[in-house]
Design a protein around this ligand. Sequence first.
Ligand code: ADP
Length: 231
Amino acid sequence: MSTPVVEFRRVGLTYPGPPPVTALTPCDLAVAPGEYVTVTGPSGSGKSTFLNIAGLLDTPTTGRYLLDGIDTGPLRDGDRTALRGRRIGFVFQSFHLLAHRSAAENVALALLYTAARGRRAAAERRERAHEALVRVGLGHRADAVATRLSGGERQRVAIARALVGRPALLLCDEPTGNLDTATAQSVLALLDDLHAQGLTVLLITHDPQVAARGRRTVTIRDGVLREVGAP
Ligand code: ADP
């Protein structure tokens, strides 16, 4: 079997308090390359805690987390940040675009801190940004300023920005939370397409209908993670 993109080995997190709160009970989870996994649970169940650990934004208090085969436990802050930047593309509920920049500029900015400098590098960033926008169906809107884009288009730009660095994992946190139903469906259809092209997707949502889009679903309740359909 190929190396999992995400591998939790008895990963848990207890906030020290007082009183201590176990937000994530030690759990195992392996997400293989190319899987589309949704994580769902009600408010306060531990989804953000899970997302923060999976996204290398927080460290577990027990267990080991391997990202793309790399044991993240011993990493220093700078290495952890670099690993996050290279291997994970984030998509959030709010699109976090720079309002007065074009779609292409918003996407290209994601490459600014990873790619080389110089004129050739700038041209390459533009080219890759354009490719990423084509991939999300927005090639024709590359020059549009963010404020002129619809909510669905903004989320597509955010997805292009997440993809442009060619991450191993697309980590989505309530990606349709700010969208109307029809637009949400089109963004979910885009995630289906990206998954069909081989992308590994981990999507966190409180919405059971969105969760049902994953090929595999895990639930979190009171900090306990369970595979849906598992005995
Ligand atoms: P969700 O994202 O599903 O709403 P969270 O992961 O935010 O759930 O929270 C899980 C549990 O951990 C909740 O009981 C919450 O109150 C608690 N919690 C979250 N952050 C902290 C913190 N910094 N300190 C103490 N408890 C926390």
